[in-house]
Design a protein around this ligand. Sequence first.
Ligand code: PEP
Ligand code: MG
Length: 325
Amino acid sequence: WMSQILSESNQPAETLDGYQVRLVANVELPVEAMNVRQRYNVGIGLFRTEFMFINGASLLDEEQQFIDYRDTAQAVFPLSVIFRTLDIGGDKFLSELNMPHELNPFMGMRAIRFSLSRVDIFKIQLRAILRASAFGKVRIMFPMISTLDELQQALATLEEVKNDLRANKVPFNEDLDVGCMIEVPAAALLAERLIQHVDFFSLGTNDLVQYSLAVDRSNPDIAYLYQPIHPSVIRMMKHVADVCYANGKRVGLCGEMAAEPLYAPLILGMGIHELSMSPVSLAPIRKLVRSIRMFEAEALVAKALLCGAASEVHDLCRNFLKASC
Ligand code: PEP
Ligand code: MG
């Protein structure tokens, strides 16, 4: 079984008509990095840094963060790791912070909003990530951007930290790529303005679905309304992918739908050719990629964009899979 996984993970994630797809892993802790590299032979498309702190590390300890980021970057080298800056709030809270109770935490002091309100904590994290960038292929990504101003503030803070490091002769990668997540509808619709400031986008569909459809992603009573292939979501995703292409920028997807074989052809057909998912899903998705043709996936998207309901898109996707596998 193990050797089967190993041999499959060495096969290229390439469609029948020769398109390369980049499969990468979502991880939450530094200890997972070695496993991802050795057992799955992929880089990290989403490192959810907040879990390090939920597990007890201190937000104020730059040295420990640096060591964790550096070890992760070295473990996946020569492949790359995208560190996402803190995404707390929503459903993730840190006892260290005593965060105030909110009526609507998913719409409250979450992710980049928190980081911009606690620039002291934000700068420590950025310093630690930048220092680690001298030891491997490191990228930075900001979560839950919803305005141009937030993105510019985050980038200005990053610049300040870089200037400090330069002044103190601390090495870091001057060419480090910076991106932002697209997981709020406002950001998706403003993609052509946001992309001017970053090297890449990563679609966070877990939240994009939640915020687009006004459906709490954690509420089982309305789970039937949580539809990743709702036509409105698909249109937004396609728009974001088109904007990236028009501007020569990279676009990935790191929400759970990347791991769903039924949806993967749709995502790939939109031109999103980097999929980040939990490691257990890599083998089945690689197998799927190797069994489809990109031009057919693109035709699937063209049809899906004309649908009026998630159920119609679902049927298209199911027929596509039946015909391919
Ligand atoms: C997402 O929203 O799709 C995402 C990848 O981020 P998280 O699940 O950590 O909110
Ligand atoms: Mg998210």
